[in-house]
Design a protein around this ligand. Structure first.
Ligand code: ATP
Length: 215
């Protein structure tokens, strides 16, 4: 078979492959979203050549519930919309907030999956290492591939066996929502750790400030 015939034969396959949508999913509690989340989202769009990145704000992050008070879904959604506004291609979704009960990533993946779509789940390496503690994690492995971003202090953490994953690049940013909440509670500046639009929301709602410190 000459080149022309081969090209005719594989042409539809190639165009079919290239027409697949590449959809990233980046979930979090985002209490609050911080600069590492934003850098990670932009890096994912670029490195994975995504068509869209869906940022999902967890409704009931069951692995965190009980360990601390979690800000309302409404204000976390508002902060996420503000934080990711500058990353083109990102859609902040309230799909997990609208769902009843605990937020399971597997349900989100089912909702987003489609015949023509490749789903790529973005995780910091700390979260990736614990994937086998997530609800119905075997289904996650069937529905999506995993993109792992190194997180300071967890650089060598990798997903458990059974997941298809790829390592991506991210500048090491020692930033966490936990640290930002602590700073805000102590009246220490959070300038630069969160986008300024997020800082305005934190300050206007007096988020993370202990009740006893309120006027
Ligand atoms: P908390 O301190 O409250 O646990 P967090 O800073 O880890 O919050 P989450 O909203 O829980 O933020 O994180 C969502 C996702 O972002 C997770 O996959 C997490 O691994 C990743 N992530 C958060 N901060 C970083 C960071 N500094 N570097 C790389 N990945 C990060």
């Amino acid at each position: 078979m000459g080149y022309g015939a081969v090209a005719r034969a594989i042409g539809p396959i190639v165009s079919c492959v290239s027409e697949r949508r590449r959809v990233g999913i980046f979930g979090g509690t985002f209490d609050p979203p911080h600069v590492a989340h934003v850098v990670l989202a932009a890096a994912a769009m670029h490195q994975l050549e995504l068509d869209v990145l869906v940022v999902t704000v967890a409704g009931v992050p069951w692995q965190k519930v009980g360990s601390r008070e979690i800000s309302s879904g409404e204000v976390r959604l508002e902060m996420a919309e503000a934080a990711f506004a500058e990353v083109s291609g990102v859609e902040v979704s309230d799909m997990e907030l609208r769902r009843e009960g605990n937020s399971y990533t597997v349900d989100t993946l089912h909702e987003l999956s489609a015949e023509d779509t490749d789903l790529i789940l973005l995780l910091g390496s700390d979260a990736a290492a614990g994937l086998d503690t997530w609800g119905r994690h075997e289904e996650i492995a069937d529905l999506a591939s995993i993109a792992v971003f190194p997180r300071r202090g967890h650089e060598s953490a990798v997903p458990p066996a059974g997941f298809t994953w790829m390592p991506l690049e991210l500048p090491g940013l020692e930033v966490s929502s936990t640290d930002i909440r602590r700073r805000a509670a102590a009246g220490v500046p959070i300038v630069g750790l969160v986008p300024s639009a997020v800082r305005n929301i934190v300050e206007s709602h007096r988020l993370y400030v202990p009740e006893s410190d309120s006027p």
